[in-house]
Ligand binder design. Structure first.
Ligand code: SAH
Length: 254
């Protein structure tokens, strides 16, 4: 009976509810320090105890069962025990956006991560409403969302780039879905492209200027898309565009 309970106990440990994104290499026996905000949350909020289990992922070496081998003040040591899932990746969709007010940027990092984008790239436009962009804070929002939503990768978050530089350095083999509330754009479902790499760009609350719209539309990789007859707020447009893309081209397609 004890063996049965132990087995059951072990089995439930095989799928811990707490997932931690770490930047350390993961292999059997690796000892990882969980400190700063992550450690505070684990010890003081989740109240993790010795010999309990969490799962660890670093975006490239799969998901590992981690045993809590030390608990301190606001930090803990975790020892990787065994791999419990092979590495999986999200579809290759970049999300480009003109930064919004701080609170909404954190929200967007979360939503774009949950919806499975691979890269998040802030773009400076004429009407960008820029509170100082703290890239480390954006990463923290994205990493927390990745832990919560079960994805085994975290989006790469780029430094802010000007629209001109972004267009000048645009990769030859990547489609740029231009969410355009003004022009003669097509619905996402009617999009066709020779490319198998994709990106979606959403403008600032004040919209792109006429000059910016022309520059984007003139780029050879641009595909203008409409998100319907109503003007959506930039964060609504982003969630809508990424969701539509996932449905038609990404990993929501059955
Ligand atoms: N120019 C708008 C404000 C821009 S909305 C206004 O007149 O108030 C912010 C961004 O969301 C836009 O730049 C666009 O990229 C996207 N967006 C909003 N509604 C859209 C729609 N119906 N179709 C396509 N894109 C839309």
């Amino acid at each position: 009976m004890i063996i049965l309970i132990t087995e059951l106990g072990q089995m439930s440990n095989k799928n811990p509810k707490t997932r931690l994104y770490v930047s350390d290499p993961l292999k059997a026996g690796a000892v990882i320090l969980i400190d700063s905000n992550q450690g505070h949350h684990l010890v003081n909020v989740m109240r993790i105890k010795m010999a309990e289990y969490v799962s660890l992922f670093n975006g490239s070496e799969g998901e590992w069962l981690g045993e809590i081998t030390k608990v301190g003040k606001g930090k803990a040591m975790v020892t990787a025990r065994e791999k419990i899932a092979e590495q999986s990746h999200e579809p290759d969709l970049w999300y480009l956006f003109a930064p919004l007010k701080k609170a909404r940027v954190d929200y967007m990092m979360q939503k774009a991560t949950e919806l499975g984008v691979s890269v998040i790239s802030p773009v400076m436009t004429a009407r960008t409403n820029l509170d100082k962009l703290k890239i480390e804070k954006l990463k923290a929002s994205a990493f927390e969302a990745a832990e919560q939503c079960g994805r085994m990768s975290v989006p790469s978050i780029n430094d802010i780039i000007s629209l001109d530089d972004m267009l000048k350095s645009w990769p030859e083999d990547r489609a740029l879905i231009f969410c355009d509330e003004v022009g003669d754009a097509v619905p996402m479902k009617d999009l066709t492209s020779e490319f198998d790499k994709w990106a979606v760009i959403i403008g600032p609350e004040g919209g792109f200027t006429e000059e910016e719209r022309k520059k984007i539309k003139d780029h050879r990789n641009t595909l203008p898309v409409t998100l319907g007859p109503r003007i959506l707020r930039a964060d609504t447009a982003a969630v809508t565009a990424i969701s539509l893309w996932q449905s038609f081209f990404g990993d929501w397609k059955q």
